[in-house]
Design a protein around this ligand. Structure first.
Ligand code: GLN
Length: 472
């Protein structure tokens, strides 16, 4: 498959955007039934959009950064008139009356939306096994999970159905599936990408970001969707950063911290990959320091209070009155109860109960209040680390892709998949996962690079050094 950059160049040079769109549709047809990647394919919309891009090129207008590039959207981003389900029965059949800002920005840059991808219900999970519409399979080994919650978006790129996709990352849901599917995945700085039209899970943590098979493509996509949006009150005021131009800046003179807590407990092959990445970066001119940030151990506990607390509030709106499915009852309360009982899956219910408990009178200070204090300590600990280093390196996940069902009976085992990714979300900072080396069954391993807010350009440059060393 051509990279997004190649497609955009070819389309600008006069190749019809329909070429890439038809190739994408053929790839989707070939494997979607087996892998369950797309919940909805917008065949007609994609062709119409491709023709519009071609017309622009013919008129001599700029067709945009992503001219004619097929892209897949996680099904928690609103698309006008197109079903948006969050992989939940409660939203089945709902068609949003508006587009998420990122969807409009992609169209403005000439990208072609191919449809909506599967996820863990309301983005709660790490394997896409929590989808009400069945799990997505990992294209590299269909007996294994693609990771989650953005498993469908990761699988779309890994199966070469689209060169790009968008996911959302609240605690790791872009970086973890990227690692498990051998892709580049980015959790941008909080506020860099608009959340308007992203269906909220935990609003203070959620962030939309790119999946791609190359570092340059990921940078291109992030550049296209970044920038201030007056429709999102938490959007950063600054304009979009320049990212692609800095991808080949290298790491000479950069201080990179290997953080003990970000490899502790990972499989041997994962630790070996991180150590090898450190050597590569050192050879490329970086100075390596070793650090311990003990506060990182508190991340998981704080996250599983803050995220469910916010979710319990955000999901209160699904009551059968305004959105999606309704199950009737004798009175309003019975209707709401029946709707929520039938509409939400087990994991979503678990989170709503956890969050409601953590916020309830008498427990608020002990749980939610305490978690907020931990979050502040986490922010301070990262800030102190970034006095000594320009970026941090660690593992993205403790292991390679795992098999179906191996963690579904033990929520804690599933939650532990995100120990290395969650701290970045709590701090509101930037991090990415880049494939580097392989482990068990020759499956890909992701190395994680973390930096302070708005350090994306620096992280891409380091990731590119690793990508080159890995032979890509
Ligand atoms: N796996 C984590 C959770 O279930 C993270 C999910 C996400 O980032 N959306 O909460």
């Amino acid at each position: 498959m051509k990279t997004a950059q190649q497609i955009a160049n070819d389309v600008r040079a006069g190749e019809s955007a329909l070429v890439a769109v038809e190739a994408s549709l053929a790839a989707i047809k070939a494997r979607n039934e087996e892998l369950n990647v797309f919940l909805y394919v917008d065949e007609d919309g994609a062709r119409t959009a491709a023709e519009a891009v071609d017309a622009k090129v013919r008129r001599g207008e700029d067709p945009g950064l992503l001219a004619g590039v097929p892209i897949a959207l996680k099904d928690n981003m609103c698309t006008t008139g197109i079903p948006t389900t969050c992989s939940s029965k409660i939203l089945e059949g709902w068609k949003p009356p508006y587009n998420a800002t990122v969807v409009d920005m992609l169209a403005a840059q000439g990208a072609i939306s191919m449809g909506k991808t599967n996820l863990d219900e309301f983005a709660m999970g790490s394997s896409t096994e929590n989808s009400a519409f069945g799990p997505t399979r990992n294209p590299l080994d269909p007996t294994r999970v693609p990771g989650g919650s953005s498993g469908g978006s990761a699988a779309a790129v890994a199966a070469e159905m689209t060169p790009l996709s968008l996911g959302s990352d609240t605690g790791g849901s872009i970086r973890q599936p990227a690692a498990l599917c051998g892709l580049v995945g980015v959790k941008p700085t909080y506020g860099l990408v608009s959340r308007y039209g992203l269906i909220a899970f935990a609003s203070s943590l959620d962030q939309i970001g790119p999946f791609a098979s190359t570092v340059t493509d990921a940078a291109l996509l992030l550049e296209a969707i970044s920038g201030h949006d007056p429709m999102d009150s938490t959007s950063l005021p600054e304009p979009a950063p320049s990212l692609v131009a800095h991808v080949n800046d290298g790491v000479a003179g950069k201080r990179i911290a290997l953080v003990r807590e970000l490899v502790e407990g990972a499989d041997d092959a994962v630790v070996a990959s991180v150590n090898r990445a450190v050597e590569v970066l050192k050879d490329a001119g970086a100075t390596i320091v070793e650090l311990s940030i003990p506060e990182l151990h508190l991340g998981l506990s704080a996250y599983y209070l803050i995220a469910p607390a916010e979710a319990s509030s955000n999901l209160a709106r699904y009551d059968g009155v305004r959105f999606g499915n309704r199950i009737d009852g004798d009175d309003v309360t019975a209707m709401m109860e029946a709707t929520r009982t039938a509409g939400f899956g087990a994991e979503v219910k678990r989170r709503i109960m956890l969050g409601t408990y953590a916020l309830s009178a008498g427990y608020f200070d002990a749980y939610y209040g305490q978690a907020l204090k931990v979050r502040t300590r986490m922010i301070e600990a990262f800030a102190a680390a970034y006095q000594q280093a320009d970026m941090i390196i660690g593992a993205t996940t403790p292991s390679v892709a795992f098999t179906f069902g191996s963690k579904t009976n033990d929520p804690m085992a599933m939650y532990l998949n995100d120990v290395f990714t969650i701290p970045t979300n709590l701090a509101g900072e930037a991090a990415l996962s880049v494939p580097f080396g392989t482990g068990e069954a020759d499956l890909p391993i992701g190395v994680q690079l973390l930096g302070p807010g708005r350090s994306e350009a620096r992280l891409f440059a380091a990731a590119r050094v690793l990508e080159i060393a890995d032979g890509r």
